[in-house]
Design a protein around this ligand. Structure first.
Ligand code: ADP
Length: 291
């Protein structure tokens, strides 16, 4: 049997609060993620999403429980520096604020920074930088200054920088939260592509339901535990439960649920606007053309 790429086993984590009191934010959480999956993580503010991401990226160490990446125990305290370094390389992370992630004064130098630190030979760096910039659609900006780019462009450069280190998995921690709608679309399209075309495992923390609907799997955290785990369609079906946890469903899903409650028979998935339009058109006995 194939090992899961990531296996989180009964993990708990606490921060130190006032008077050194432990505040438990991840509570005996177990989760398995296979290589090549595109998993969206949803949850109310404070539900533990970022903490989980930092545990997977080895920024934090669990108080109890174990985390395995490709079968290797990343919580093993006896690991050598080299082992830690090699494991960290597998899981890249893209954060919320693009300005905090860019280090160089020219885009291509920025993308080269990660592989340079890994000691990759310069010819290979050149190849990786070109490929990563091409994948995120930023080739023509290779010689530009990062600080002059739009938010979406900066974030795509940050993604290229992580891609150039060839991680097997990239965690996005609300990486579109500071972007305008165009920037969000650009970044989402880059994320989708690196999953579908390069097979990189994607874990994407977001509070945008339409973004979560683009994943293959949605995991919902509530108070440090997994409340729901399934396909976007399975998870968004549970509109009432999600609302009770302070979460939404995509607007088009809410629309279809409302019509169903009014007695209109709409059969099928309703996680994106096109599917919803099809359901409604079918119910009206019409067929939608292209466009
Ligand atoms: P989310 O990403 O879902 O918003 P977090 O993982 O950031 O949740 O936070 C979970 C809980 O842990 C929150 O209640 C938050 O206030 C608390 N927390 C996060 N970071 C720290 C920290 N460095 N010190 C103390 N408490 C923290």
């Amino acid at each position: 049997m194939d090992l899961p790429f990531i296996k989180v086993e009964n993990v708990s984590y606490s921060y130190r609060g006032e008077g050194d009191a432990a505040i438990r934010v991840i509570k005996e959480l177990s989760l398995e993620i296979d290589e090549g999956e595109f998993v969206a993580v949803l949850g109310h503010n404070g539900s533990g999403k970022s903490t989980l991401a930092k545990l997977l990226n080895m920024i934090l160490t669990p108080a109890s429980g174990k985390i395995f990446i490709e079968g290797k125990d990343i919580t093993d305290e006896n690991m050598s520096e080299e082992e830690i370094f090699a494991l960290r390389k597998n899981v890249g992370m893209v954060f919320q604020n693009p300005d905090n992630q860019l280090v160089a004064t020219i885009v291509e130098d920025d993308v080269a920074f990660g592989p340079e630190n890994l000691g990759v030979p310069s010819q290979e760096i050149r190849r990786r930088v070109d490929e990563a910039l091409s994948k995120v659609g930023m080739t023509e900006y290779a010689h530009h200054e990062p600080h002059r780019l739009s938010g979406g462009q900066k974030q795509r450069v940050a993604i290229a920088g992580i891609m150039a280190m060839l991680p097997k998995c990239i965690i996005f921690d609300e990486s579109t939260a500071m972007l305008d709608p165009i920037g969000r679309r650009e970044v989402m399209s880059a994320i989708k592509k690196l999953n579908s075309e390069m097979g990189i495992t994607v874990i994407m923390i977001t509070h945008y339901m339409d973004e979560a609907a683009m994943a293959n799997r949605v995991v919902v955290l509530d108070d440090g535990r997994i409340a729901l785990d399934g396909t976007p369609s399975e998870v968004f079906e549970k509109e009432e439960l999600l609302r009770s946890m302070g979460l939404d469903v995509p607007q088009c899903t809410a629309l279809v649920h409302r019509l169903r409650r009014a007695g209109i028979a709409l059969e099928g998935e309703c996680t994106d606007p096109e599917k919803c339009a099809d359901l409604i058109a079918t119910a009206l006995g019409k067929e939608l053309g292209n466009g």
